[in-house]
Design a protein around this ligand. Structure first.
Ligand code: MTE
Ligand code: MO
Length: 165
């Protein structure tokens, strides 16, 4: 990369990584409903319960992915799943942000194991190896979803927000 492309790239990175997504590599910024942002480090994430799933990526390759169910990450940051997930709480949504600014949303019942058997995994390993650069260190994997558009690579932020309309 030469100096003419480097500066815009750096500026872009600073903008994209402003606010909640301001996490360094190997940590994820998590914020639940106007609460404090919690920075979960690799060590924090490693200690959370992991689940291993078989899933087929966008190229059609099946592999074994291991990682933390996304609801476990949110629970760690103070999110309440279970009985309290009803009424106005259901108008919240989960915004997942990647280092390149790619973003996807989930509704809470899509993540709640009381509501669905389809896991949403924040994967940290593929076939027993750390995820490759460009995908990891953390990537969403949705083994049951027929398209991979929510397999967010390089996740740096997870935020629970309230629908405002
Ligand atoms: N960070 C990030 N993740 C992303 C995307 C992206 O643009 N940025 N594209 C998504 C889309 S639309 C698809 S189809 C898959 C492609 O997965 P692949 O990188 O394994 O080919 O990644 C998803 N995850
Ligand atoms: Mo895609």
């Amino acid at each position: 990369m030469n100096s003419r492309t480097l500066l815009p790239s750096l500026l872009c990175l600073v903008v994209l990584r402003g606010g909640l997504t301001n996490a360094t590599a190997g940590e994820i910024a998590v914020r639940v409903a106007e609460g404090k942002t919690v920075h979960l480090t690799d060590d924090d994430i490693e200690l959370l319960p992991h689940q291993t799933v078989k899933a087929t990526d966008h190229a059609g390759k099946e592999a074994s992915y291991s990682g933390v169910p996304l609801y476990q990450l949110l629970q760690k940051a103070g999110m309440d799943f279970g009985d309290s997930l009803r009424g106005p709480a259901l108008a919240q949504y989960v915004l997942v942000t990647a280092v390149d600014g790619y973003r996807v949303v989930f509704a809470l019942p899509e993540l709640d194991p009381r509501s669905t058997d389809d896991p949403v995994i924040l994967a940290d390993r593929c076939d027993d190896a750390p995820l490759v650069a460009g995908q990891g260190p953390y990537r969403l994997v949705l083994p049951k979803e027929r398209r991979q558009f929510r397999w967010v690579r390089q996740v740096i932020g997870v935020e629970v927000l309230k629908a405002s309309k």
